[in-house]
Design a protein around this ligand. Structure first.
Ligand SMILES: Nc1ncnc2c1ncn2[C@@H]1O[C@H](COP(=O)(O)OP(=O)(O)OP(=O)(O)O)[C@@H](O)[C@H]1O
Ligand SMILES: [Mg+2]
Length: 330
C-alpha cells in the first residue's frame, strides 16, 4: 500500500456574497469534497470553468482558509491552523499557475525568483549556496544556467513555465498543485512541459493535484480522476475507468467527444453542454439536476450519496446507481 500524504475530508470553501439586504448568501465554491492522495500519485481534477477547481487547489494548500472540513497533510490537520503556524507546511506544498508571465515578478532576475523561496524557508543562506542550488534546479527543468541572469520577459512562454516549476521545486515540496500548467502554451510546447512534470515526479516522488479542463491532458497525467461540478465531486476513480467508461451523466456529457486524429486540433464536443448556474445557496439536491437528461423523481428531492462502484475506489454521486447497492452518506 502506498503512503498516503493527503487526506481531505468534507472540505468546504464558501465565499460570502453581498446581496444588498442584511441576509448573507454564500457561493459554495467547494462543498464537502473528500479524497486521498498518495506520495508520487497524481489526482486529476476536471470540470468546466467555475466548477471550483482552483478554489479547491488553493484551499487544500491553505492559500485559502477553509470554511470547514479536514486537510490531513502527513496525518496532521492543517485546516484549522492560523497563518503563523502554516509556515512550516508552506514549503511542503506548492502551486504552479496557468500563466507563468503574471506569476513571475517581472522586475526580478531568474536567480532571485528561484532563490527567494529557499531564503525565506531557510533552505540555503549564502549567495554561493543559493546560486549553486538555482543552477541545479535550472538543469532539472531543462534550462541552461545562463538563464539565471535574465528577466522573465526575456524568456519564451515554455521557458517561463519551466522557471515557475523550478521555483516550486526550490523548497523540495511533497505536494504540488498544478493549475492548468500548460493551458497557456502552444500545443508543441505543452507535451514537453507535461513530460518534464512526469519526469520530476518519477525522480522526486512528488504528489500532484493536476487541474485542467482538457480531458486528454488530464488523462495523460493522472492516476486517478475527480470530476468536479459546481463545487462537488460527482465522480472519482482510476483514470482508465472514468474516461473509458464514464458513469455520472455529467462526466458522460463532458466526455462525449470525438477524438481528433490530428493532435493539434482540439477535441470536438458533440453535445450542447448548456450553462451551469452559480452554486449560490444551492438547494440540497443534486447540483446537476436541471441539466440532466436521465433525471429520476428522487433527484428533485434529495442529494445523491457517494456510491462506491467495484473494488477500485471508484465513486459516483448519482441516484441512477443507487438501487440495490450499498449506499453511504457523507
Ligand atoms: N475570491 C473569490 N471570491 C468570491 N467568489 C470566488 C472567489 N474565487 C472564486 N470564486 C467563485 O467560485 C467559483 C469557483 O471558481 P474557481 O476559480 O475555483 O473555478 P475553476 O473551476 O478554477 O474555473 P476555471 O476553469 O475558469 O479556472 C466561481 O463561481 C467563482 O466565481
Ligand atoms: Mg481555475
Amino acid at each position: 500500500m502506498s503512503e498516503i500524504i493527503l487526506e481531505v475530508e468534507n472540505l468546504r470553501k464558501y465565499f460570502p456574497i453581498k446581496t444588498g439586504f442584511k441576509q448573507v448568501r454564500y457561493l459554495k465554491a467547494v462543498d464537502n469534497v473528500s479524497f486521498t492522495l498518495a506520495r508520487g500519485e497524481t489526482l486529476g481534477v476536471i470540470g468546466e470553468s467555475g466548477s471550483g477547481k482552483t478554489t479547491l487547489g488553493k484551499t487544500v494548500i491553505r492559500l485559502y482558509k477553509p470554511t470547514g472540513g479536514k486537510i490531513l497533510f502527513n496525518g496532521e490537520d492543517i485546516a484549522p491552523l492560523p497563518r503563523k503556524a502554516l509556515k512550516k507546511y508552506r514549503k511542503k506544498m506548492q502551486i504552479v499557475y496557468q500563466d507563468p508571465y503574471s506569476s513571475l515578478n517581472p522586475r526580478m532576475r531568474i536567480r532571485d525568483i528561484i532563490g527567494r523561496p529557499m531564503k525565506i524557508h531557510g533552505l540555503a543562506s549564502t549567495r554561493e549556496e543559493i546560486t549553486s542550488r538555482v543552477k541545479q534546479l535550472l538543469e532539472e527543468v531543462g534550462l541552461p544556467s545562463e538563464v539565471m541572469h535574465r528577466f522573465p520577459h526575456e524568456l519564451s512562454g515554455g521557458q517561463r513555465q519551466r522557471i515557475a516549476i523550478a521555483r516550486a521545486l526550490a523548497t523540495e515540496p511533497e505536494l504540488i498543485v498544478l493549475d492548468e500548467p500548460t493551458s497557456a502554451l502552444d500545443v508543441s510546447i505543452q507535451a514537453q512541459i507535461l513530460n518534464l512534470l512526469k519526469e520530476i515526479q518519477r525522480k522526486r516522488n512528488t504528489a500532484y493535484i493536476f487541474i485542467s479542463h482538457d480531458i486528454a491532458v488530464v488523462s495523460y497525467m493522472s492516476d486517478r480522476i475527480a470530476v468536479m461540478y459546481m463545487g462537488v465531486f460527482v465522480e472519482t476513480g482510476p483514470t482508465r475507468e472514468v474516461i473509458g467508461e464514464p458513469m455520472h451523466p455529467y462526466t458522460k456529457m463532458l466526455i462525449s467527444v470525438v477524438p481528433e486524429p490530428d493532435p493539434t486540433k482540439k477535441i470536438r464536443v458533440t453535445e450542447d453542454l448548456g450553462e451551469p448556474q452559480l452554486p449560490i445557496d444551492p438547494p440540497p439536491i443534486c447540483r446537476f439536476h436541471d441539466r440532466c437528461k436521465y433525471k429520476l423523481p428522487v433527484c428533485d428531492e434529495k442529494a445523491p450519496p457517494k456510491i462506491p462502484i467495484g473494488e477500485s475506489g471508484r465513486t459516483v454521486a448519482c441516484w441512477l446507481y443507487g438501487k440495490g447497492k450499498t449506499v453511504e452518506r457523507n
